[in-house]
Design a protein around this ligand. Sequence first.
Ligand SMILES: [Zn+2]
Length: 210
Amino acid sequence: MPIVWQCPLGVSAYLALGQQIEIGEKACPECGQRLGGWGGYWRWLRRPGTERLWIRRSRCSRCRRSHALLPDFLLERRLDEVEVIGRAVALSISGGLGMRPLAERLGVPMTTARDWRRRFQVNALMMAAALVAVAVHLDPAPVLLSAAEHEIVALEALGAVWHRARTRFGKRVPELWSFWSLISDEHALGTNRSPPYPPRSGAVCITRIP
Ligand SMILES: [Zn+2]
């Protein structure tokens, strides 16, 4: 199970560090025990010129599980930056832009772009419900959602959570799409094999923000 961590570095700085990447102390999501280092692995990142980047692993000495420590500019099992994915999905939903022209513009395979949108669609309702719960935890004012369309509601709910988090914590809260990755763990854009987007606890999400 990956742990998404808030990475203060830009992607280029992260890449430049190679295996020297340092991550602060993390707690085991299962039992709260401090995690120890446990090597890492290389994975690919698609950017202009595909690159490899180092993902640290850590292991809990109590429950003996290991966790990949995923920087928040990535999503589990996705080759592209979350910023690229999130913007493309949002553009296709609210801008009505087809995934084909978007894929061409981004230089990603059509099937990849279509899959982003499909997964977002599958998750949209659960995601919206979970995000509204976090938004209300941050600020009890009701969350105003304008549409009946699940995907639009999910985008609006994400915007509301992010806005409330920024109001409360300021610039410590990362940019919108990294924030999405951070509070969603591996579920932001799960694959066919992933469980559905789980309910989010506002309190737990807030502890993610340093
Ligand atoms: Zn543990």
